[in-house]
Design a protein around this ligand. Structure first.
Ligand code: AHR
Length: 504
């Protein structure tokens, strides 16, 4: 397999948006409880934050974390999670058939986010609630003081405003599974009115309107069009969500999932720009890809980990749900999804891998036990750390293969950045072929080539296969190793990627 890549110093697509490397903490399963928060755990600090998990989060390096949902937010009263803990009500959460103790709420999340060094992205409930609850939350969070809501925040322990910049106007409001699902017309109207009221409290906030829950929704495209016709002037971003999995052994299509991400992003950009033209708007609406990942939605249910918690199931606190274990193939796919987002960084300004801990997550943590990195941790951590400066537009000529769902697909997938400050080009590569290595020739134009500072690869470990995962017993089974086959020659670099690999 061969691929030729050309990078040119002048072929750029704008700065790398730092918020592209976001993550997501939902009150779902064990993401919050026994994930980031577990009072009594040997590694917990005085606030109950697990320091072992915090260390891994810092190493993963997300820039912004969305909270508190997800489907959960569509039935959530944020007031339940503030104030003295012993007075907080215990509620049923219909989204995940869970007993919510409210021991963790907004103040805890803001404190945790500061400890983790991440920005807070807060979602409001536009499912079972509406304009007033959203407006009050902005006042509680961002107003300095002297009003009932802001003084309540101060009495609850935070003298200074939380200063939350980024807000989601509900979650997946197009989905029949969502509490308070709406038609595009209904949602376009309530999103507009909530946005107006929230901005009247704090005009500096940035707002995300809900787009489609995935590109296969029957209303995909039409939804964005209608919502933006109402809300265009009042919002800054429209959201997108996408989850991928291997279906019936079709690894070729699974490995090509980023083709769907490309299509998704380009379709939403086109739709937003069409509304812009017809509405004679000046500004552009960008994308917030605020849920994406590999998620085995079908085929991996087990009795102790049902995929959907049925109505007859018992109500429990933080049940174990969708704790997917990721293999090598999944890590390669995650690398290609990051590449797609990075290539589209001129219009995708926010993106959040879903979720951060335990629930379809790069980090796993056991109650009372250890925390470890899943395979998908590595492409995220390295891309978040090394994609700096300007996005480059690579010219790629790769051998191709036929994927059942997508047709002809490049075997070698590429994204690249140029960090002028440090004089470094970063190249992110995935090899989708399972059988043979890929020889890659890289030409660099407009730079005088120095040396390869670092090259790393994730591939199938010795004695393993493409499903090999990191488990509690073998937490380091899959990781990064040095990529040895890299030669600098003349104006270029020649390198060899092992089959099914992700490299930087
Ligand atoms: O991330 C898991 C769930 O997936 C979220 O709650 C929801 O928004 C999406 O359907």
């Amino acid at each position: 397999t061969r691929a030729r890549i050309t990078l040119d110093r002048d072929f750029t697509a704008g700065p790398v948006p730092r918020r592209l490397f976001g993550s997501f903490v939902e009150h779902m399963g064990r993401c919050v409880y026994t994930g980031i928060f577990e009072p009594g755990h040997p590694a917990a600090d005085e606030r109950g934050f697990r320091s072992d998990v915090l260390d891994l989060v810092r190493e993963l390096g997300p820039s912004v974390v969305r909270y508190p949902g997800g489907n959960f937010v569509s039935g959530y009263a944020w007031e339940d999670g503030v104030g003295p803990r012993e007075q907080r009500p215990v509620r049923l959460d219909g989204a995940w058939h869970t007993v919510e103790t409210n021991a963790f709420g907004l103040h805890e999340f803001v404190d945790w986010a500061r400890a983790a060094g991440v920005e807070v992205m807060e979602a409001v409930n536009l499912g079972t609630r509406g304009v007033e609850a959203a407006r009050a939350l902005v006042e509680y969070a961002n107003h300095p003081g002297g009003t009932a809501w802001s003084d309540l925040r101060r009495r609850n322990g935070h003298e200074e405003p939380f200063d939350i910049r980024l807000w989601c106007l509900g979650n997946e409001m197009d989905g029949p599974w969502q509490m308070g699902q709406k038609t595009a017309e209904e949602y376009g109207r309530i999103a507009t009115e909530a946005a107006k009221a929230m901005r009247l409290v704090d005009p500096t906030i940035e707002l995300v309107a809900c787009g489609s829950s995935n590109s296969g929704m029957p209303t995909f495209g039409a939804w964005e069009h209608t919502v933006l016709r109402h809300a265009y002037e009042y919002v800054d971003y429209v959201s997108a969500h996408a989850y991928y999995q291997e279906v019936e052994g079709d690894h070729g299509s699974f490995l090509a999932s980023a083709v769907d991400t490309d299509h998704f992003v380009e379709s939403v950009v086109a739709t937003a720009d069409a509304v812009r033209a017809a509405g004679k708007h000046r500004k552009r609406i960008n994308l917030s890809f605020d849920e994406w990942n590999v998620w085995y939605q079908t085929g991996r249910e087990t009795p102790d980990q049902p995929h959907v918690i049925g109505r007859d199931a018992v109500w429990r606190e933080h049940p174990r749900i969708i704790e997917d274990e990721y293999g090598v193939t999944d890590a390669v796919v995650v690398g290609t999804l990051l590449n797609s987002l990075l290539r589209h960084g001129d219009r995708v300004k926010v993106a959040n891998q879903a979720q951060l801990v335990n629930v379809i997550a790069p980090i796993r943590a056991e109650a009372g036990g250890p925390a470890w990195r899943q395979t998908i941790f590595w492409p995220f951590a390295r891309t978040a750390a090394l994609a700096r400066g300007e996005i480059l537009r690579p010219a790629v000529r790769s051998d191709r293969y036929e994927a059942a769902r997508f047709g002809d697909v490049d075997l070698v997938d590429v994204a690249a950045t140029w960090d002028e400050e440090n004089g470094r080009v970063a190249l992110f590569l995935a090899h989708r072929g399972l059988d043979e290595p890929a020889d890659v020739d890289l030409t660099l134009r407009g730079w005088s080539l120095g040396r390869v500072v670092r090259s790393e690869v994730l591939d199938v470990p010795e004695g393993g296969d493409r499903w090999t995962a990191n488990t509690q017993d073998r937490p380091d089974a899959v990781g990064l190793r040095g990529l040895d086959d890299v030669r600098v020659d003349g104006a270029g670099v020649a390198l060899r990627l092992p089959p099914l690999s992700w490299a930087v």
